[in-house]
Design a protein around this ligand. Sequence first.
Ligand code: R5P
Length: 328
Amino acid sequence: MQNTNINSSIIFGLSTSKKIAEEVAKKTKIKLGDSEIKHFKDGEIYFKIETSVRNKNTFIIQSTSNPVNENLMELLIFIDTLKRSSAKEINLIIPYYGYARQDRKNNGRQPITAALVARLLQEAGADRVISFDLHSSQIQGFFKIPVDDLRTHGLLAREIKKENIKNLIIVSPDHGGIGRARSLAKILNTEIAIIDKRRVKANEAIVTNLIGNVKNKNCVIIDDIIDTGGTIIEGIKILKKNGAKNIYIAATHSLFSTDKNEDRDFVWKKIREIGAKMIITTNSVMNYSKNDFVKIVDLAIPISEVILKHINDQSIIDHFIEKYNTNI
Ligand code: R5P
């Protein structure tokens, strides 16, 4: 890699992604920028960037996860700060894109907040977005700037392979996830089953049916997001009812959202209690304590590769090929 390109780039990690940013800086040998966040007494955010960004390729790493609005606002203000400091390029690495599930109107008088967020990020001054496993690929179309929606199936498949699971079947927890389940099944050379999930209201899922035969099979339920855990728990129940053997969970984003009075580890513990063997996930969001039940795939590796390729004008097409990620 050419040093000049590394020297003309800077990485910044905001509140949710400081650790990943440190790792990415180490792996890429790109400077980690110094910035200071301050809160005024009324809650307003203020940034001071200690490193010059004039004519630099900047990379901001920030998941817009819980507290979603605070983290989103932090990102917007940081983009504005870089823009006003004459950065050459402002690249956003948003491992988890909050509001992604509000990507369409299901009914009258509803917002499409995923599109609103896209407009806000662009208006603030973003030049490019890199994210992982966006809830729906159409979100890319909400932006007029380039968006790379990197896939995690290959990374998750690599971890599943390590478990050496025989008689495996991949399960989609709802209709929306069938494509995701198919991609994983293709890598692992297995069949898929589909759970018929309906959402009665926000954060409440009901499961009515199972399509496919899971009797005596080891199942991997694959989802993009584990939020309250409701979808996964209902999925485990119906798989057990239909004679499944062991049940593993694979998901890109583990939000593990709890009520204020609940333990922050409530969700994964509940999934363990109901009988899952393991959760395989990424560190796009880390709002829980480290433990043996949740196996974490480090996104710092693909982020570093993509940044290096970008600053050296190389294609990142390989990152969309499932097999490629399986092997890295
Ligand atoms: C829904 O379409 C998503 O893919 C996830 O299945 C859902 O957001 C998970 O939410 P929860 O864990 O609260 O059921």
